[in-house]
Ligand binder design. Structure first.
Ligand code: ATP
Ligand code: MG
Length: 244
């Protein structure tokens, strides 16, 4: 079995009196895609923020590639190969598309040549190529989400943390974004994905965990969980039709 690259043990974090994460433990192996699914307010975004240095841990541990990252800053994590694409996309709004992509490429040392990486990103999302000189903030919501995923293509992290990549996207664009994510997965990028679209998440991920009120309550291989729509629905507080 491949090596564990992310190791999280009994992690707790929150906002003052609000305990958003109540002792979560998980591992992600090299090249593995793991989905975290859960209802609104379950703590999914908080988990991503805690792992990328944006939300302080109140207790517990997290390590990436064997190094403690409990207090590591976001930028240092990105340089080390852990890239977080936040909910709401995280692009630099006043900067042109091309410069956003260049920055994502520059963070990582020893990347493939810039022009090659850029060609791949624009091939996957031709609309971005057409809007190369436009400020990211002037793109439509869907185009900004494309740009967020294109940053991951440029950066080629060892582990990608993705928060709700399908949020606000049309069904057609959701398909495109998930195709791009499947390509990253197949190229060996490990992905920890937070997603409310259970079907999409389970199709992409090898394994999934259900987060309920800051705790993991169910875990399994995606294929097995997908067959168990009713169980999933009850854990997520959804109607069975929503996950069928
Ligand atoms: N900045 C904040 N200040 C105070 N409480 C917060 C803050 N951000 C989140 N919370 C609370 O922490 C809990 C977890 O929120 P979080 O955003 O992690 O959930 P989520 O699973 O990502 O939800 P969603 O599916 O709506 O994105 C919720 O109870 C939320 O109200
Ligand atoms: Mg969220």
């Amino acid at each position: 079995m491949s090596e564990v690259i992310l190791h999280v043990e009994e992690l707790c974090a929150g906002y003052g009196p609000i305990r958003a994460l109540r002792g979560v433990s998980l591992t992600v192996r090299e090249g593995e895609t793991v989905a975290v699914i859960g209802a609104n307010g379950a703590g999914k975004t908080s988990l991503m923020r805690a792992l990328s240095g944006l939300l302080p841990l109140s207790s517990g541990r997290a390590s990436f590639l064997g190094r403690d990252i409990s207090r590591t800053r976001t930028h240092a994590l990105a340089r080390a190969g852990l890239l977080h694409i936040p909910e709401g996309r995280g692009t630099l709004q006043s900067m042109p598309v091309l410069e956003n992509l260049r920055l994502a490429w520059e963070i990582r040392p020893n990347r493939e040549p810039f022009e090659e990486a850029l060609a791949k990103a624009y091939q996957r999302f031709p609309r971005l190529g057409e809007r190369s000189e436009q400020a990211a903030g002037n793109l439509s919501g869907g185009e900004q989400q494309m740009l967020a995923v294109a940053r991951a293509i440029m950066n080629r992290p060892q582990l990608l943390l993705l928060d709700e990549p399908s949020m606000g996207l049309s069904p057609l664009l959701t398909v495109e974004v998930f195709k791009a994510l499947a390509e990253l997965r197949d190229a060996g990028v490990a992905i920890l994905l937070v997603e409310q679209n259970v079907n999409r998440a389970l199709q992409l991920a090898h394994r999934a965990l259900v987060l309920t009120h800051g705790e993991f309550t169910l875990e399994g291989e995606s294929a097995a969980l997908a067959k168990d729509a009713r169980v999933m629905a009850s854990y997520l507080g959804l109607s069975p039709e929503a996950v069928a």
